[in-house]
Design a protein around this ligand. Structure first.
Ligand SMILES: Cc1cc2nc3c(=O)[nH]c(=O)nc-3n(C[C@H](O)[C@H](O)[C@H](O)COP(=O)(O)O)c2cc1C
Length: 385
């Protein structure tokens, strides 16, 4: 029988909360708050956690049990476990080199890594590092020539899954980011400089890696932008509100799998299905966009029964542990993603952080499945109380 001792993770950090606490001591406050915070009053952020934690699983202690298998098939690929690494914009600001670290983790651990359009490594670089296993999250550029060029680059680099986002018609209203100058246009304040000096490990690595850049957008950006110019550029660059027409256009051109992320209602799930998408990620962007909206698990409870047999229904927002992944799968998700936990891991442990989080989650998920008497991830719904 396997137990936690068979899985590689650093025993000093047996929970995501331990990693979060350590990351907070290693990352300047403005960058940590950017990663950690929600929007407005942080209601959606905490609702994601509290409502997920209310999901209960039913153990079957006396049933014959032949061991558990975490392998999950998704879009024709076999993954080692039913979770992946969600896209995070400006990742390299939180920890230098983090997109590369996490793309490598994903490859080693048999998981999908999703690169953000506004990530700090180029899609070509991540395709190389992940050996063609990464997915690409595509924000819609306003200029049709750039829109087509970005799609062409993703296809040429060998991406098989494209993720469109629908929950960012506006920038989320995030008081922490506004205070620290990370909203658009960004500002470099004396307080931020002071915070950087207080985190010498982060500062040295950042000086070595160079200022984080929007690597995917570099070919389309004017040279030598100051911060105010960057704000104006970013504001005009994306056509933020998603529409059925824009999705249909991409569906027409993109030959690979197409996923819509940020779905939280039956209506949007229906539109995704009607437009021929292969899957959706039920998500509220980790509580960063609509404070007054539903938790992702509440949205999943509505959407999964109606659409899980028609397309691949996945979930993110608020998952912090193996039991949380099991709760989401039991509620009807075919797959899950985690955003902040992997970044806390990298912030806390650098290059080792991604593997640590993946190992921790695999071991915790295995333990829950053994505890409830579930052999395969697809059978978890039978254990929903
Ligand atoms: C700092 C930060 C930046 C993010 N940037 C993006 C992004 O560029 N594109 C995207 O699709 N989602 C983005 N997200 C949302 C994540 O992909 C994911 O939906 C969310 O983090 C899941 O919640 P969790 O952090 O509780 O796991 C971001 C999330 C965070 C925390």
């Amino acid at each position: 029988m396997r137990n936690a001792s068979h899985i590689a993770f650093d025993r000093r950090y047996p929970s995501v909360e331990d990693l979060r606490a350590k990351a907070r001591r290693r990352i300047p406050a403005f960058a940590f708050d950017y990663l950690d915070g929600g929007c407005n009053e942080g209601v959606a952020l905490s609702r994601n956690r509290t409502e997920l934690q209310q999901v209960q699983l039913k153990p079957s202690y006396l049933k014959p049990y032949a061991g558990c298998n975490l392998e999950t098939e998704l879009f024709g690929e076999k993954y080692a476990a039913p979770f992946g690494i969600a896209p995070i914009g400006l990742q390299g600001l939180i920890w230098p080199g983090s997109p590369e670290i996490l793309a490598r983790t994903a490859k080693t651990q048999g998981l999908p890594f999703v690169l953000s359009t506004v990530g700090t490594a180029s899609l070509e670089r991540i395709a190389e590092v992940s050996e063609g296993t990464a997915w690409f999250q595509y924000y819609h550029p306003a200029d049709p020539a750039v829109r087509d060029d970005l799609l062409r680059r993703a296809e040429a680099a060998g991406y098989k899954v494209l993720v469109l986002l629908c929950d960012t018609p506006t920038f989320g209203f995030r008081p922490g980011e506004i205070r620290s100058g990370l909203s658009m246009p960004p500002r470099m304040t004396p307080a931020n400089l002071f915070q950087m000096l207080g985190r010498p490990g982060w500062l040295l690595k950042t000086l070595h890696a160079g200022t984080p850049r929007f690597a995917n957008l570099q070919p389309y950006m004017p040279e030598k932008l100051d911060l105010a110019g960057l704000g104006r550029f970013m504001d005009g660059f994306f056509n933020k509100r998603q529409t059925p027409e824009k999705i249909a256009y991409v569906r027409d051109r993109w030959k690979g799998k197409l996923v819509l992320k940020g779905v939280s209602t039956l209506e949007d799930a229906e539109t995704a299905h009607r437009l021929g998408l292969d899957g959706i990620v039920v998500s509220n962007h980790g509580g960063r966009q609509l404070d007054a909206g539903p938790s992702s698990i509440a949205a999943l409870r509505q959407i999964a029964p109606a659409y899980a047999s028609k397309m691949t229904v996945m979930l993110d927002s608020g998952l912090r542990s193996g039991p949380d992944i099991a709760r989401a799968l039991a509620t009807g998700a075919a797959f899950t993603f985690l955003g902040r936990p992997f970044m806390y891991g990298v912030g806390a442990l650098g290059n080792r952080g991604g593997n640590h989080v993946a190992g921790l989650l695999k071991s915790q998920l295995r333990q829950v499945m053994e505890q409830v008497g579930c052999e395969r991830v697809a059978e978890l719904p039978q254990h929903l109380l």
